[in-house]
Design a protein around this ligand. Structure first.
Ligand code: MTE
Ligand code: MO
Length: 334
């Protein structure tokens, strides 16, 4: 397989950041030299996940982000993703949001969420773990080095953005909680505060919003808990102070304002698959070949652009994540 060296097709600083990500993931120079066809089922060790010529991620670390930095200007270390597409603007990312707890109108969420109390905050890690924890958000900032991750976000509604998140791998928190041997899934739950979230006073969805990942998906180095964006703490409309980001899945998997991570041995119920089981499955991997029952998923509208662009398998992260689904029928396992 002939591959173009990333240094020929990528600005040097982006390339360097990739190398840093690989270092952060524990890859050695030897492992990098073995870079090859990463769709081969791999052992699941972090060192195996990113040894491709196009790791689909731009990372810079560390970047600790206490709320005291909230007054700083939005900044990102690069201005494009690893495919060369520009970052969406801060204003675009924070004024076009899906967060049904506040509004079903994407352009009203920012205003409706303005009074939400996202600080102080606690996150509970519970279930099938030897070391259950309740972590204050300030402890989370201190304990887990915050790093920048430039990811595409692809909504099931066929629009997308490029977002410079700040966060840390979910694996870090799960390792600290020490999952028991029977652990198979992680269930994530959004805060339930109908007095602050007017959408929760309606019956449009079953509240609180819930999501789930298979344990190996949650442990994947690309799966993060985000605490910031453009070098600032998350805005309320983005799911402050902490939300999931799983870039190879449709946006609804990336649950906002998380208060609970529960490790389970059974597949968790998820809000959207409960609401419309024939339209939304548990996996919800971005797949241009499997249409939504009501619209095509072959292409998408990048916010801020005219026209449409083709949707990429696993949202462009195929080399990194396809092995997780080896042997699964991707036309059925949505
Ligand atoms: N709790 C909660 N999380 C949520 C949602 C929601 O309505 N409630 N919407 C989801 C959907 S459909 C998408 S596309 C992303 C949007 O994230 P963004 O507004 O930060 O772009 O959040 C997801 N997480
Ligand atoms: Mo979405």
């Amino acid at each position: 397989m002939v591959k173009i060296s990333p240094s020929e097709i990528t600005p040097e600083h982006v390339f360097l950041n990739r190398r840093r990500f690989m270092a952060a993931a524990g890859a050695t120079a030897g492992a990098l030299a073995l870079a090859g066809c990463s769709t081969t089922p791999l052992s699941g060790r972090a060192t195996d996940l990113v040894e491709s010529d196009s790791p689909a991620v731009v990372v810079r670390r560390p970047q600790n982000l206490p709320p005291a930095l909230a007054h700083t200007e939005p900044t990102a270390s690069v201005n494009q993703d690893e495919l060369g597409d520009p970052l969406n603007k801060f204003e675009e990312i924070t004024n076009y949001n899906n967060f049904y707890e506040f509004s079903t109108n994407k352009e009203s969420v920012a205003r409706e969420a303005a009074g939400f109390n996202s600080y102080p905050w606690q996150v509970e890690i519970t279930g099938l773990v030897n070391n259950p924890m309740v972590l204050d958000i300030d402890d989370i900032y201190k304990r887990y080095p915050q790093e920048e991750r430039i990811y595409r976000l692809r909504c099931v509604e066929a629009w997308s953005m490029v977002i410079p998140w700040v966060g840390f791998p979910i694996s870090a928190i799960l390792k600290d909680a020490e999952p028991k041997s029977e652990a198979r899934y992680v269930r994530f739950v959004t805060v339930y505060r109908p007095e602050e979230m007017r959408g929760q006073r309606s019956g449009i969805l079953d509240w609180p919003y819930q999501e789930g990942l298979r344990m190996d998906e949650a442990m994947h180095p690309l799966a993060i808990l985000a605490t910031g964006m453009y070098g600032k703490p998350l805005t309320n409309q983005q799911g402050a102070p902490i939300r999931l980001v799983v870039p190879w899945k449709y946006g609804f998997k990336s649950i906002k304002s998380v208060v609970t991570l529960e490790v389970t041995d059974t597949i968790p119920d998820t809000t959207w698959s409960a609401a419309a089981p024939h339209e939304y499955g548990f996996y919800a991997n971005v797949n241009p070949n499997v249409n939504h029952p009501r619209w095509s998923q072959a292409s998408e509208r990048r916010i801020g652009e005219n026209g449409r662009r083709p949707t990429l398998m696993f949202n462009g992260y195929e080399e990194e994540v396809a092995y997780l689904y080896a042997g699964m029928d991707l036309t059925r396992s949505y």
